[in-house]
Design a protein around this ligand. Sequence first.
Ligand code: ATP
Ligand code: MG
Length: 565
Amino acid sequence: MNGDPKPTTDASAEPVDFIREIVAADVKSGKHKTIVTRFPPEPNGYLHLGHAKSICLNFGIAKEFGGRCHLRFDDTNPTKEEQEYIDAIQEDVRWLGFDWGEHLYHASDYFEQLYEWAVLLIKAGKAFVCDLSAKEISEYRGTLTEPGRNSPHRERSVEENLDLFTRMRAGEFPDGSRVLRAKIDMASPNINLRDPVMYRILRATHPRTGDKWCVYPMYDYAHGESDALEHITHSICTLEFEDHRPLYDWYVENLPVPSRPRQYEFARLNVTYTMLSKRNLLRLVNEKRVRGWDDPRMPTLVGIRRRGFPPEALRQFAELVGVAKRESIIDYAMLEHCVRDVLNRTAPRRMAVLRPLKVVITNYPEGQVEEFEVANNPEDPDAGTRKVPFARELWIERDDFMEDPPKKFFRLAPGREVRLRAAYFITCQEVVKDGSGAIVELRCTYDPATRGGSAPDGRSPKATMHWVSAAHAIAGEVRLYEHLFTRADPGAEGELFDDLNPQSEEVLASCRLEPALAGSAPGTRVQFERLGYFAVDKDTRADQIVFNRIVTLRDTWAKVQAKQK
Ligand code: ATP
Ligand code: MG
């Protein structure tokens, strides 16, 4: 995928959603030769899962139809926008696997043109300078059931408007004292058409234009005109802009724009247990409820990436979710399903003991070490094997032993035999406790005839457990994550932050990992056998490796799907 990609998928195949249907029809009818879309983030925060859907849609369509997709920063509000976000957004889009080539734009690239067009509207008697305060403007606006009232400044002469607007730009008036408004219809049933504000006075240093401007265009004005300047054919946005479309069209129809873009709306992505709003994500960061924008529990792309989600899984998720015109809430488990699907194929298997319990194999010679050759990925023979050392002292998972097991517990218990994965069968002979009665060690015997994990007499234990050799293990920290919110619909009944899950992160500081994991670089993804998929965190230091749990192995979404069939 580059700026002007060749078609890679068969665009003549049946379109899969209503937007692709429209695009396909426009191509077929010859309305457009080249399809041009754009992804238009406002650089006032980090991108989240919802943006990923929009990115996959816009870049995806461009790719499928042999067109191009622009990355355009909608940077019209300098009080909230920062270079940090501009950089992060570009990194995120690239990480997702998309490329805008040379087509990187900013609404601020067009400030001069937008200003000139505003002057044209004034000259045509279609815009005026208004001195009402923000509060008055909203009082005059009316309601859904009542028409608005004309501003007392609506009938200013063209000359006076031109003079005032020029002086607004020149910085003669204080912030907020005047605005430029389009002169449309204060009685319109669509409130967006009731003389909307086009420009406001705002003294703030802009990340790109610095202090050059003290008047800034409003979103509705800047957006469509930027689309037109870039020859965008399909301007795809979320449903809340549906009521803005008549205004989008009004500006385009009343200005000498070089092309005629069309706006189409789709339902935004909502995901259970997740909150997708930059404003609230920023609050989580500012109030230090999380480790930062890239906290692995955050639905931001930086967070998701740090957590270890592969970008391929997000693209798959976007495809599975589809594009619709009606609001819905997607089950978070569906996203996890996509993550597992990718990782099952790609992540090498390793053994790690998160809550270690010592096992001493009493009949195994002291000082002896064996190495077992274990497959890296049973799903992928090409992934090869690695050597796993075995010795007299091992770590097993504390949960894998019960002194007094209930009926359905098949793992290790006194007198019971289990299989150690790829190694031997062992039988628990003795439980060693400390003064307080806590179990500190198990003394077991092994059956040398079961080398590699099978018995010549064909007996097969009910449980196979993971383990690591105590002498060879490396120490590590593992961070387990749960949903950031306790409710599927956070904030639906009261204060959003009251629904934060106090148990969303659990840090296990003394885990024992198989030696093959030593030196793994941040971002490396593996499956810890029986436990889930994990990724090396950026907090890893030379003396301590840190893993994030990406996702457990249990696929609840697939289960639900199976039930429905
Ligand atoms: P937020 O509501 O989180 O602040 P936003 O819509 O203000 O997001 P923008 O930077 O304006 O953020 O969004 C860039 C693009 O991403 C827009 O086209 C917007 O429609 C789209 N987008 C934002 N949130 C979602 C979502 N949840 N699902 C799908 N697309 C989204
Ligand atoms: Mg927005």
